[in-house]
Design a protein around this ligand. Structure first.
Ligand code: PLP
Length: 444
């Protein structure tokens, strides 16, 4: 069975972001909670939440049941009609978004949520430019990938009219030669202010930021940075769009990561964790002033599946489970008590962990070949034999790791137990020890 799955995949499936010819995809045959099973029947602890979205783990019975019940009642209905799953999902999301972000436009995922947020900001302000950071990811569609600040933009960088990139704060690899969090914050804000001045404040519709940049490295902004960005936006009439596609819905130990900074954006985009990714869903939470722009003037945008009942039923079950089971508190405690301390212990032991950073169930290890120079263990945009060996070693020991360039991200489901989390850290520890002993170019 899994042999045929593999064979058909190789013959007919065209995969994302990849050179197709030499792909060797792992077949996944089943999944439960924090684990998946491969085609050979091996069980692996999922330290990836797939693409950082199965926040409540695999096959959560309440979400599965909600989808089954919705399928039996009303599988689908066009966006113009009201239906209970969509209404209730919108209410629940609005009950957790900060401030006045109380109107929800549903999309199919994160990229189109960001596209629509930018469209709303452009129409609301009458301006066209969008500022976003290097070291960010906002999605794979044309505008979203042009706003993105990672190498996936490079081959797609031909629709970038009006997109401008700036440096966000990242003390470990400071673009501002800063040596403290305060310096990094102040210099990053001064840099952004200059970019705004030089681009022309009257041309800038929006600043789009991941509240905590995710795929780019889980860089927690220094205290005061997001407040500073909010203040710059207010001063210049710029819309602040918080991309919470990865960091939202409990991942960062709060319902939304921007709550760490106590800032209310004008638009907030979400996807992934909103329904643990069981059925594709994303959306934009809209503040009152932007809602009012479209109160009497049509919003020129829409999708066939906006607020699809199956996806919304999964969102209702996900959010209710998160509320009932204290999942956000659990995520915060996992970060404080298990993942943070456990990863710092690993760093004390393995010289080639240059930095540990994160919060909640959202952590990154920055791997370096030299702690003093911070030389990354794989080049920006690339991989290395060491990183490949880490992936292989973890998988052999029963752990599915998330790696990106020179980093290992620790992003299991929010429902992982402390013992399961420790089991994963133990496998990482063993693998790092093994790889350091075997790969000659590790110079630590
Ligand atoms: N924004 C962020 C922060 C993301 O991490 C992602 C996906 O990883 C996206 C947007 C795009 O979401 P999607 O792949 O659902 O379009």
């Amino acid at each position: 069975m899994s042999d045929r799955t593999y064979e058909l995949d190789r013959r007919h499936v065209f995969h994302s972001w990849s050179a197709q010819a030499n792909l060797d995809p792992m077949v996944i045959t089943k999944a439960a909670g924090s684990y998946v099973w491969d085609g050979q029947g091996n069980r692996l602890l999922d330290f990836t939440s797939q693409l950082v979205y199965t926040n409540l783990g695999h096959q959560h019975p309440r979400i599965v049941k909600a989808i089954q019940e919705q399928a039996a009642t009303l599988c689908t209905v066009a966006p113009a009609y009201a239906n209970s799953a969509r209404s209730e999902a919108a209410r629940l999301i609005a009950s957790h978004t900060p401030g006045d972000l109380d109107r929800i436009f549903f999309t199919n995922g994160g990229a189109d949520a960001n596209e629509h947020a930018i469209r709303m900001a452009r129409l609301h302000t009458g301006r066209h430019k969008v500022l976003s950071t290097y070291r960010s990811y906002h999605g794979g569609t044309q505008l979203a990938v042009n706003v993105t600040g990672d190498p996936r933009r490079w081959p797609n960088d031909n629709g970038s009219a009006g997109t401008v990139h700036f440096f966000g704060p990242f003390l470990y690899r400071s673009a501002f030669s800063a040596s403290t969090e305060e310096e990094e914050r102040d210099r990053a804000l001064a840099h952004l202010e200059q970019v705004i001045t030089l681009e022309g404040p009257g041309t800038i519709a929006a600043i789009m930021l991941e509240s905590i940049p995710g795929t780019a490295g889980i860089m927690i902004p220094p205290p005061g940075y997001l407040q500073g960005v909010r203040e710059l936006c207010d001063r210049h009439g710029i819309t602040l769009i918080a991309d919470e596609v990865m960091a939202g819905f409990g991942r960062a130990g709060k319902w939304f990561a921007i709550e760490h900074a106590d800032v209310v954006p004008d638009l907030l985009t979400f996807a992934k964790g909103v329904n643990s990714g069981y059925v594709p869903l994303g959306g934009v939470a809209i503040s009152d002033p932007i809602y009012r722009t479209f109160a009497d003037r049509p919003y020129p945008g829409g999708l066939t599946y906006s607020g699809h009942p199956l996806a919304c039923a999964a969102a209702v079950a996900t959010i209710e489970t998160m509320e009932d089971e204290g999942i956000v508190e659990h995520a915060a405690a996992l970060g404080d008590d298990v993942l943070g301390p456990g990863l710092r212990e690993l760093a004390a032991k393995h010289e080639w962990i240059g930095e540990v950073r994160g919060t909640g169930v959202f952590w990154a290890l920055e791997l370096v070949s030299d702690r003093a120079t911070r030389e990354p263990l794989a080049p920006y945009g690339g991989s290395s034999p060491q990183l490949a060996a880490i992936v292989a070693g973890c998988q052999r020991r029963g752990l599915l790791p998330f790696t990106n360039f020179n980093r290992v991200h620790v992003v299991p489901p929010l429902t992982i137990t402390p013992d399961e989390a420790r089991e994963g850290l133990e496998i990482l520890d063993q693998t790092l020890t093994e790889v350091a002993g075997k790969v000659p170019s590790v110079n630590c």
